[in-house]
Write a protein that binds this ligand. Structure first.
Ligand code: ATP
Ligand code: MG
Length: 275
């Protein structure tokens, strides 16, 4: 298998708004994702996580830096080129709210088959492929003729994951895929994501919750106020966080460390960060 990165972002700047309302959302962000690797991106609300996801999917314009997807420099792509790239199914995505990413008027079967039909697969082949991916996300074939509204939140999110998987992409970007789920469904989705690791598909898993990312990610990158302040092997970031914000995240995630962190240290870090 090629070891060329599936996603390579270099010195990325993204701004929102025009003229006097122009605000920087990302500054000099660099990140590389290897084939089959799971990279967790964590950061507090407004730190730029979704902006980074949208930039890598061509959904927001980039003001500086470069984006390479599976060896293809897409930095200067226009809308049509991005749409063609997304339709090829090399890069897929799952967002927080599956009701928004699934077409309410399509049955689950039609939703899952759609990306395959766009690629030119026959209906028969698509039907077989769809069924083979259902069991991967632990869904029964009985659900295929329902609409998204007739599923539970956890089932819908599993459909969204299956939809991202059917084209056998090189990379899936998941933006807060478990944040809207209860803990049982969260555990199930995290388990499914873990199982994908052996399949060669790379995942970018975005979350504000270090606890969710910790068990799944090979590497963790930390965004703080639009900048990537720390990145490394998940183990190292959790056991030896370097940036004060990462230290705060680690000490605030009770399941990650055995000894309870000193409240005073947490308060001191909080004060330092918000000074
Ligand atoms: P959250 O955890 O709440 O989802 P996030 O880390 O995903 O936060 P972003 O949505 O990337 O954060 O937002 C980064 C910054 O860009 C924030 O200051 C936000 O207010 C701003 N922003 C996001 N989308 C837009 C937009 N469409 N227009 C203007 N500003 C935006
Ligand atoms: Mg977000």
């Amino acid at each position: 298998m090629s070891t060329r990165p599936v996603l390579e972002v270099k010195d990325l700047d993204v701004h929102y708004g025009l003229r006097r309302r122009r605000r920087r959302a990302l500054h000099e962000v660099s990140l590389s994702v290897a084939p089959g690797e799971t990279v967790g991106i964590i950061g507090e609300t407004g730190s730029g996580k979704s902006t980074l996801a949208r930039a890598a999917l061509g959904l927001v314009p980039v003001s500086a830096g470069s984006i390479v997807v599976d060896g293809e420099d897409v930095s200067s792509y226009g809308h049509r080129q991005w749409r063609t790239l997304r339709r090829r199914g090399v890069i897929q995505y799952v967002f927080q709210d599956p009701l928004r990413s699934l077409d309410p008027d399509l049955t689950i079967e039609a939703s899952l088959a759609e990306p395959l039909l766009i690629q030119g697969m026959s209906r028969g082949e698509a039907a077989v492929r769809v069924r083979s991916f259902l069991s991967r996300v632990r869904l029964s074939e009985d659900l295929l003729d329902r609409s998204p509204a007739e599923l539970s939140g956890g089932q819908r999110q599993r459909v969204a994951v299956a939809r991202a998987l059917v084209t056998e992409p090189r990379l899936i970007i998941l933006d807060e895929p478990v944040s809207a789920l209860d803990s049982a469904n969260r555990v199930q989705i995290l388990q499914i994501l873990k199982e994908l690791r052996g399949d060669g598909v790379a995942l970018v898993f975005i979350s504000h919750d270090l606890g969710s990312v910790a068990g799944v990610a090979d590497r963790i990158a930390v965004l703080y106020q639009g900048e990537l302040v720390e990145a490394g092997a998940a183990r190292d970031v959790i056991s030896r966080p370097r940036h004060p914000y990462t230290r705060l995240l680690v000490s605030s995630a009770p399941t990650l460390h055995s000894a309870p962190a000193e409240r005073a240290e947490r308060e001191a870090l909080r004060a330092l960060l918000h000074a």
